[in-house]
Write a protein that binds this ligand. Structure first.
Ligand code: HEM
Length: 231
């Protein structure tokens, strides 16, 4: 059966999708997938935006200044009203290193489950085939063997070839790795561009506690003072 796919938003796409037997997706399936996408794509990325603002406001100002210089060089290369394009995103290397370090310290997804496909020994523990395992982004990202002084904010960790494979896993790894990673990178960099181009930020409750629900979030929210640049 021919499926009309002219509607491109994801909900329309799911509502009109039918398989070769003419079966449409069940309502609970659509609800599940939309909820999964809202949590997996919106919640994760908005969490990183929150922490980017917090860190840019609270870190030594040379970090903000370097991001600002990089973004202004791109902004100045554009004609009035011209939008960012993919090449501009590739130039935002320092800003992405800063975002990666924000994500290392505050991974929005804490980890996920895997199933052991073979018996193996890990750290003296015998793991039988078929066991469910939970990998944790937080503890992996704080391992001093791979990230010396793990609590220190240091975007230079991502210069060159960056962290060793599977030591930096905010987007998971292997065949189930997050398919939205590049989209998230673009969203975050566009956000950083538009933020620093216009404003400096100050947080009203600096260095406050962070709670988890399920993504990390500043316990008192993140009220900020946005200070427009003098033109
Ligand atoms: C900073 C933003 C994001 C983070 C930290 C993140 C993190 C993750 C993680 C840890 C996983 C599990 C990977 C694994 O098991 O190895 C995952 C899966 C997934 N993510 Fe993301 N994600 C982000 C943004 C997005 C966006 C923007 C989208 C969609 C537009 C998205 C869609 C998905 C989907 C559909 C899966 C399930 C993949 C599968 O099971 O095969 N994510 N994400």
């Amino acid at each position: 059966m021919e499926c009309p796919h002219q509607h491109q938003d994801i909900l329309s796409h799911m509502l009109i999708y039918c398989d070769e037997n003419g079966q449409y997706l069940a309502e609970h399936d659509i609800v599940n997938k939309i909820l999964g996408l809202l949590i997996g794509s919106h919640e994760t990325t908005s969490t990183v935006c929150t922490f980017v603002v917090k860190y840019l406001a609270e870190l030594p100002q040379n970090i903000y200044e370097n991001v600002y210089q990089e973004q202004m060089a791109i902004a100045k290369s554009k004609a009035p009203g011209e939008l960012l394009n993919w090449d501009d995103i590739q130039k935002m290397k320092y800003s992405w290193n800063v975002a990666c370090e924000v994500i290392r310290l505050n991974p929005p997804a804490q980890g996920a489950f895997r199933e052991a496909i073979n018996d193996f020994i890990f750290d003296g523990f015998s793991i039988p085939k078929g066991w469910k395992l939970y990998w944790s982004a937080n503890s992996t990202h704080k391992n001093p063997e791979y990230f010396p002084e793990p609590e220190k904010f240091d975007p230079s960790r991502f210069e060159g070839t960056g962290p060793a494979p599977y030591t930096y896993v905010p987007f998971g790894g292997g065949p189930s790795m997050c398919p939205g990673k590049e989209y998230a990178r673009m969203e975050l960099l566009v956000f950083m561009h538009n933020l620093v181009k216009r404003f400096k930020c100050e947080t009203l409750f600096p260095n406050g506690n962070v709670t988890y629900n399920p993504t990390p979030i500043p316990a008192k929210g993140l009220p900020v003072r946005l200070i427009p640049h003098r033109s």
